[in-house]
Design a protein around this ligand. Structure first.
Ligand code: PCA
Length: 321
């Protein structure tokens, strides 16, 4: 009798209670005003709408849940289900991750798309070995040079404390005789205010988001590289979802990748204008400066090739074909 009662209760519960809603946490190192964060917010909205709230995702921006270097492992160890980080930060694991941050290899959106096409299968495989599945990847606008005063040659940079965000930018900064200092995007204003750094290479997006005009005077669009962010999900967690929820995520991810690339393209001009409007002097690089920076890039690429895995080298070959 008791058993029947229990069974009946269970049956009723199954009919009347909707499937238990899944709640995910999604850390990102970047702040709310960053276009990447706006893009992932739309991705989250799309997932929630398509699954009727069966899956909801809370974004934790500006490294509020995990510091940047820990986000990948947090997804891997299932402390969170999904997360975003800067792809080339993983280049210490395999140089294949860092090819998009090699100076002057891919300097336009067209090249960046071609490079991603070659890089993606390798990245998918490398991340799969760690139980991670990439959902989408979006480039930042081309990286430019921010300084106090005009820089006419590489020598003019000599001795500056230079903000860096990954190993290859550190290498680049050191090759230009500057002193690299690792600073997260969210900490840029404070690092300049306290004199920890004096110059940087980043996108117009991050320049405008961090109000570069408060601490710098000049911006040179050297179009050095277009590094990418990537959003990854824990494969085991993903595999446990219903096919419907899985495809809702995949569809929203495909849309986010397409939308993100378009947002990035629009940002480049818009945010350069924002900087100009706020008093930053926009100077095209002199031929001498550009040639000097490109020479550093060439040496770096030789180093990269000498240390790269076969998989990483195959990306470069496919791209340069
Ligand atoms: N902004 C991020 C990464 C590249 C970019 O444009 C940063 O400066 O940290």
């Amino acid at each position: 009798m008791k058993l029947l009662h229990a069974l009946l209760l269970t049956a009723t519960a199954a009919v009347t209670t909707p499937a238990l809603a899944e709640k995910w946490d999604m850390p990102t190192p970047y702040g709310d005003s960053t276009f990447h964060t706006k893009n992932i917010q739309e991705f989250v909205n799309d997932v929630e709408a398509a699954t009727d709230g069966e899956l909801s995702i809370t974004i934790h921006s500006a490294a509020s849940l995990f510091p940047h270097p820990e986000i990948k492992n947090a997804v891997r160890s299932r402390q969170v289900q999904i997360g975003e980080f800067f792809l080339s930060r993983l280049s210490n694991e395999d140089l294949a991750y860092g090819i998009d941050s090699q100076p002057f290899v891919a300097t336009s959106y067209e090249d960046a798309a071609k490079l991603w096409e070659a890089q993606k299968p390798v990245i998918v495989e490398l991340l799969a070995e760690e139980g991670l599945m990439p959902l989408f990847s979006v480039p930042w606008p081309a990286q430019g040079l921010y300084t106090n005063g005009e820089i006419k040659t590489v020598d003019d940079l000599s001795g500056l404390r230079f903000r860096a965000y990954n190993a290859s930018l550190e290498e680049f900064a050191a090759a230009a005789n500057t002193a690299p200092v690792q600073v997260e995007a969210a900490d840029i204003p404070q690092a300049f205010a306290t004199g920890q750094v004096q110059a940087m290479i980043t996108s117009p997006s991050t320049g405008a988001d961090s109000k570069a005009w408060d601490f710098l005077t000049h911006y040179s669009p050297i179009d050095a590289w277009l590094p990418k962010n990537i959003v990854v999900v824990n494969q085991r967690i993903f595999d446990k979802l219903s096919p419907e929820v899985q495809s809702a995520i995949q569809d929203a991810a495909a849309a986010a990748e397409a939308r993100g690339w378009e947002m990035s393209k629009a940002e480049a001009a818009e945010k350069t204008q924002v900087m100009a409007d706020n008093g930053i002097i926009i100077v095209p690089p002199s031929e001498e400066l550009q040639a000097g920076l490109q020479a550093i890039g060439e040496t770096m690429l030789e180093n990269w090739k000498a240390n790269a895995s076969d998989n990483a080298l195959a990306i470069l070959d496919a791209f340069q074909k």
